[in-house]
Design a protein around this ligand. Structure first.
Ligand code: ADP
Ligand code: MG
Length: 293
């Protein structure tokens, strides 16, 4: 091995260690660790019935309090579904159930029409093709944008394998295209820690997209973004729908107005109303919960 290669290897090892340390320091359970799992042989998602996600009569209680109460909902392949609802409505808990972080007490949760998600663990659900974006960005700040995206393809292959990990040409092409999609092509060599809040959010979405999830769950993705970042995020989501199915929880109504087709309003752990944003905003029951009872 030439000194150059050795040097590069040593640098890779150091970055890999730093990433591993960052990973273990990440206390938010699930998402990140699950997201890095390797895509193993997974059953095909059967969308012949026109549904990528299907929840029926799902309930979960915490100390007797029904956070989710007979929730039924389905999402079509390629759909961009918006979920709104007051604080405590159960939006995050619903995502916890879909991704296997929380087990419901009752009900059915299917990915396509044949994959019973309740039979899988959180890490396996990520491998099946369900990606989740938590509210807070969790990128590796001491790594570059490129390295963060590259890392999203690496798995628990161990330090040795990670050191010599190389993108194949298809992966390189995908990464290059993705950089444009997430508006970070010009920042590819920057350390993630120096990015703005909005750029970090895009980077994390990019890391999820590197794994080509069929379904993406995004919890309050534009919270804390500037108006311009919010607009660009709307463009990003609109460009993703069709290829991916998306479930987006947000409070920002102008953002919802830009991206939404069907909006589902959750309240007290169940669907209160569903329709276009205009339809649900005109619904008396929705007005009542938003104005406070
Ligand atoms: P939303 O995301 O719509 O604001 P959440 O899903 O976070 O709502 O919470 C729904 C309700 O369930 C809230 O009342 C919350 O306090 C409660 N809850 C959520 N997770 C837990 C938990 N692990 N233990 C106890 N209560 C919880
Ligand atoms: Mg929430």
């Amino acid at each position: 091995m030439t000194p150059d290669l050795l040097d590069e290897g040593a640098q890779r090892l150091e970055r890999s260690r730093a990433a591993q340390a960052a990973r273990s320091g990440n206390t938010e359970s699930g998402g990140r660790a699950a997201g890095f799992s390797r895509l193993v042989t997974s059953p095909e998602v059967d969308i012949t019935h026109g549904r990528i996600l299907y929840l029926e009569d799902v309930s979960v209680s915490f100390d007797g309090f029904k956070a989710i109460n007979k929730l039924s909902l389905d999402i079509a392949p390629g759909e961009l579904r918006c979920i709104i609802g007051p604080n405590g409505a159960g939006k995050t808990t619903m995502m916890d159930i879909i991704t296997g972080k929380t087990r419901p007490d009752a009900g059915q949760v299917f990915f396509g029409s044949t994959i019973d998600l309740l039979r899988y663990r959180e890490s396996e659900i990520a491998q099946l093709g369900i990606g989740r974006k938590f509210q807070k960005p969790t990128v590796f700040e001491q790594l570059t944008v490129f390295e963060n995206l590259e890392l999203a393809l690496k798995t628990d292959k161990g330090v040795q394998a990670s050191m010599f990990f190389r993108l194949d040409s298809a992966q390189s092409d995908r990464l290059a295209a993705l950089l444009h999609t997430i508006h970070l092509a010009e920042s590819v060599g920057r350390l993630a820690g120096t990015l703005s809040h909005g750029q970090k959010q895009w980077l994390e979405i990019g890391m999820l997209l590197m794994q080509d999830p069929k379904l993406l769950l995004l919890d309050e993705p534009v919270a804390g973004m500037t108006d311009e970042e919010t607009e660009r995020t709307a463009e990003l989501f609109l460009s993703l729908k069709g290829q991916h199915s998306l479930m987006v929880v947000e409070h920002d109504m102008s953002f919802i107005r830009t991206i939404s087709e069907i909006v589902t309003v959750l309240c007290d752990g169940a669907v209160l109303a569903q329709g276009t944003l205009d339809q649900v905003q005109a619904d008396e029951r929705v007005i009542e919960v938003y104005l406070g009872r």
